[in-house]
Design a protein around this ligand. Structure first.
Ligand code: C2E
Ligand code: CA
Ligand code: CA
Length: 643
C-alpha cells in the first residue's frame, strides 16, 4: 500500500525514534487530509447529484406544465360540456362546449348559481342526486334534465356528475359533464307523439286514451271523490259523406269535427280519435254528472252548424254514449265496452242524441249478443216466418197486393221485431242469406195463391230489400234464380228499397236496379221522405212507386189537417209519372183524406194487420166471398170489387 511504503522511506531517512515522536501528528494531518479529500469527493458527488436532481426537477415541472396545459386545453375544447361547480351550486369553471350548450359566455356563468338554468320540474330530482353525491352515498350520478338556453328554448342534456376532492377543504366540488341531447329528445318525442296520436287530426289515439283512462281509474280507486266518465262519440252517416264526396272531403270533415270537439271540453278533459269516425272524451276529477251531460249537449249544438268543406255544405250529427265509472268497472276496457253500448243505444233510439249507460242497457247488450248468436241458427231452426199485410187500391177498394213482413219467433225471448233483428243481421253480415231466404219463402208461399187469381184480381207481392243486400255482387243472379226455382211470375213482384241505397252504393245501385227492373220486377221507394232531400236519383232510376212513410200519414186528423207533406209527395210522384202508396193508415178519415188527395193505394191496420200465409188465404177467400164489400172504407165509395 502506498502509505506503508512512505513510512518505510521516512524511517530510513530520519530514524525510527523521530518517527514515533512525530507519528501522531503526521497521522492526524494525514487523516485530516484524507477526510478533506473525501469531503471534497462527496461534495463533488453531491453537487453532481444536485445538478442531476435539478435537471430532473426541471424536466418534471416542464412535463407538469405541459400536462396542465394539455388538461386545460382538453377541458376547454372537450366536445362535451364540462364544468366545475362548488358544492353550494356556483359555477367555478366552465368549458367552451358548456357555454355553447347553454348559450352563455364563461363570464356570464362563472360565479352564478347553476340552479337558475335548470327547469323547475327537474330541479327536485337533480338536487336529490347531488345530495347523495355530497354525502358519499354515490360516487357519481347520471340523469336527463332540461336547461333553459339563453335564447329561452329548452335544452335537453344528459348530465353526469361526480365529486372532485378539494385538497384544502373536506367539502368536495362537483364535476358536471353535460351532453346536448335535444335533437335526440325531439326525435324521440316525435316518435312517441306519432305512436300515441292520430296522424290526421293530431288527437291522442286509442293507445294513449286507454293509458290515460287506466290512470284515471287508478286515481278513482284511491280517492273516493275522484270520478271518471267517458263519452263515446260516433258520427251518424259519416260513410255517406266519404262515399258521396270522396275521402279527401271525409278527412277534412274529421279534422273540423276534432276542432269542434276540442272547443266543447274543459281544459282538463282529453279528446281522442279511436279510429274511423269514432271519438272519445275522458272526463276525470271532481265534477257533477250534469257537467258531462252539458259536454254532450255542447257537442250536439256544435254539430247543428253545417261544415263548409271545399264549398260543400255538409251536415253531420253524432250519437253519444256516456258512461260514469262505477266500482264494478275493473278496467279501462270494461268502461269502453259500456260507453260503446250506451252509444249504440243512442244510435238505435234515432241517432243525433246521447244516452247515459245504465245496468239495464248492459243486460240489453247481452241480449243483443245472444240474439246475434241465435240469429245465425234461426233459419235452420225454422224460427223465421213471414206475415203478409194487404195493400188496397184506394180508388177501387180492391186488394192490390201484399207486403211480406218477416217475423222471428225466438224460443226463449218470444216474438222479436224485425226492426231489431234486421238491423242486427245487417251489422253481423247475415242480411245476405236472411234476405235470400225471405225472398224465396215469400215467393214460394204466395206463388200458388197469385197464380190462382184471375188477371183482374191478381195481386202483387212486395218484399223488402235491405240496402246492405246491394253490397252482394250476385244479388241480381240470386233474385233470378229464386224466381226460376219458385216459378214466381216476375211481373207480380215488387221490391221495396230505401233512399239510403243511393248514398251508400250510388253507381253500383243504379246498375243493379236497372238489371232488376230489366227482369220485369218493379221497384218502390220505402219510407219515402225520411231520408235525404237530394232527389236527383228519382229521375236516374227505374222506380215505379213511392211509399209515403207512416210518420206523414199518422198526423192526418179528422178535419183533414196536416196533409202538407203528403200532398207534396203526391204531386212529386205525379210529376215523375210514379204511383204512390200510403202506409200506416189506422183510421177511416186518413184513408178518406188520402183517397181524396189522389193517393193510389193504402196499407195499414185500418185495412188489415200483417198475417201468416194460412190466415192470408182465409182472408182472401173471405174477401172473395163477401165480394170485398166488407172492407171498411168508411165514406169512401168502393167503386170496384174483386170478382
Ligand atoms: P216497413 O217496411 O216500413 O214495414 C211497415 C211496418 O209498419 C211493418 O212493421 C208493419 O207491421 C207496420 N205497420 C203496418 N201498418 C201499420 C199501421 O197502421 N200502424 C202502425 N203503427 N204500424 C203499421 P214491421 O212488420 O214491424 O216491420 C218493421 C220494419 O222492419 C219494416 O218497415 C222493414 O223496414 C223491416 N222489415 C220487415 N220485414 C223485412 C224483411 O223481410 N226484409 C227487410 N230487409 N226488412 C224487413
Ligand atoms: Ca216496407
Ligand atoms: Ca215503410
Amino acid at each position: 500500500m502506498p502509505q506503508a511504503g512512505l513510512l518505510h522511506l521516512l524511517a530510513d531517512s530520519i530514524g525510527f525514534g523521530m518517527i514515533v515522536a512525530v507519528f501522531p501528528v503526521i497521522f492526524f494531518i494525514f487523516m485530516t487530509y484524507r477526510m478533506y479529500l473525501k469531503n471534497v469527493e462527496m461534495s463533488i458527488r453531491q453537487a453532481e447529484q444536485a445538478e442531476q436532481y435539478a435537471r430532473i426537477l426541471e424536466d418534471q415541472s416542464g412535463a407538469l406544465r405541459e400536462s396542465e396545459e394539455r388538461f386545460r386545453s382538453a377541458f376547454n375544447h372537450a366536445p362535451i360540456g364540462i364544468a366545475l361547480v362548488s358544492a353550494s351550486g356556483t359555477w367555478l369553471k366552465v368549458n367552451h362546449a358548456l357555454c355553447g350548450i347553454l348559450g352563455y359566455s364563461e363570464e356570464e356563468l362563472v360565479g352564478n348559481d347553476f340552479q337558475e338554468l335548470i327547469f323547475k320540474d327537474d330541479l327536485g330530482d337533480t338536487l336529490v342526486k347531488i345530495q347523495e353525491l355530497l354525502s358519499g352515498k354515490a360516487a357519481s350520478c347520471q340523469m336527463e334534465q332540461r336547461y333553459l338556453h339563453r335564447s329561452g328554448r329548452t335544452v335537453w342534456a344528459s348530465w353526469s356528475v361526480s365529486a372532485a376532492s378539494e385538497v384544502r377543504s373536506n367539502i368536495p366540488n362537483l364535476i358536471f359533464q353535460l351532453q346536448d341531447i335535444t335533437d335526440k329528445k325531439i326525435a324521440e318525442e316525435k316518435l312517441q307523439h306519432e305512436a300515441t296520436h292520430d296522424g290526421l287530426t293530431g288527437l291522442p289515439n286509442r293507445k294513449h286514451f286507454m293509458a290515460r283512462l287506466s290512470e284515471a281509474l287508478d286515481s278513482a280507486r284511491i280517492n273516493p271523490n275522484y270520478r271518471v266518465s267517458v263519452l263515446f262519440i260516433d258520427l251518424d252517416r259519416f260513410k255517406f259523406v266519404n262515399d258521396s264526396l270522396g275521402h279527401l272531403v271525409g278527412d277534412q270533415l274529421l279534422m273540423r269535427i276534432s276542432e269542434r270537439l276540442r272547443e266543447c271540453l274543459r281544459p282538463s278533459d282529453i279528446v281522442a280519435r279511436l279510429g274511423g269516425d269514432e271519438f272519445t272524451i275522458l272526463v276525470a276529477g271532481n265534477y257533477e254528472s250534469d257537467e258531462v251531460i252539458r259536454i254532450a249537449e255542447r257537442i250536439q249544438e256544435k254539430f247543428s252548424i253545417p261544415f263548409d268543406l271545399d264549398g260543400h255544405e255538409v251536415f253531420s250529427s253524432a250519437s253519444i254514449g256516456i258512461l260514469h265509472a262505477s266500482p264494478n268497472h275493473a278496467s279501462a276496457e270494461e268502461m269502453m265496452r259500456d260507453a260503446d253500448t250506451a252509444m249504440y243505444q243512442a244510435k238505435r233510439s234515432g241517432k243525433a242524441r246521447h244516452e247515459v249507460f245504465d245496468e239495464q242497457m248492459h243486460l240489453a247488450a247481452r241480449e243483443t249478443l245472444q240474439i246475434e248468436t241465435d240469429l245465425r241458427r234461426s233459419i235452420e231452426n225454422n224460427e223465421i216466418y213471414l206475415t203478409y199485410q194487404p195493400i188496397f187500391s184506394l180508388e177501387t177498394g180492391r186488394m192490390s197486393g201484399v207486403e211480406a213482413l218477416t217475423r222471428w219467433r225466438h224460443p226463449k225471448l218470444g216474438e222479436i221485431s224485425p226492426d231489431r233483428f234486421i238491423a242486427i243481421a245487417e251489422e253481423i253480415g247475415l242480411i245476405g242469406s236472411l234476405g235470400e231466404y225471405i225472398l224465396r219463402q215469400a215467393c214460394s208461399e204466395t206463388v200458388h195463391l197469385i197464380n190462382a187469381m184471375t188477371p183482374e184480381t191478381r195481386f202483387e207481392l212486395s218484399v223488402n230489400l235491405s240496402c246492405r243486400q246491394f253490397g252482394r255482387p250476385d244479388l241480381v243472379s240470386e233474385i233470378t234464380r229464386t224466381l226460376r226455382d219458385t216459378r214466381f211470375p216476375e211481373g207480380a213482384l215488387r221490391l221495396e228499397i230505401t233512399e239510403s241505397i243511393f248514398f251508400e252504393y250510388q253507381e253500383k245501385a243504379t246498375e243493379m236496379l236497372s238489371e232488376v227492373s230489366g227482369l220485369g220486377i218493379r221497384i218502390d221507394i220505402d219510407d219515402f221522405g225520411t231520408g235525404y232531400s237530394n232527389l236527383g236519383y228519382l229521375i236516374k232510376l227505374p222506380i215505379s212507386r213511392l211509399k209515403i212513410d207512416r210518420s206523414f200519414v199518422q198526423p192526418i186528423d179528422k178535419d183533414g189537417n196536416n196533409t202538407g207533406i203528403v200532398r207534396t209527395v203526391l204531386s212529386l210522384a205525379r210529376n215523375l209519372g210514379l204511383t204512390a202508396v200510403a202506409e200506416g193508415i189506422e183510421h177511416d178519415h186518413q184513408a178518406a183524406a188520402l183517397k181524396e188527395m189522389g193517393c193510389d193505394s193504402g196499407q195499414g191496420y185500418y185495412f188489415a194487420r200483417p198475417m201468416p200465409i194460412d190466415e192470408l188465404k182465409r182472408y182472401i177467400a173471405e174477401l172473395e166471398g163477401n165480394d170485398f164489400l166488407h172492407i171498411p172504407m168508411g165514406e169512401i165509395p168502393v167503386v170496384e170489387t174483386l170478382q
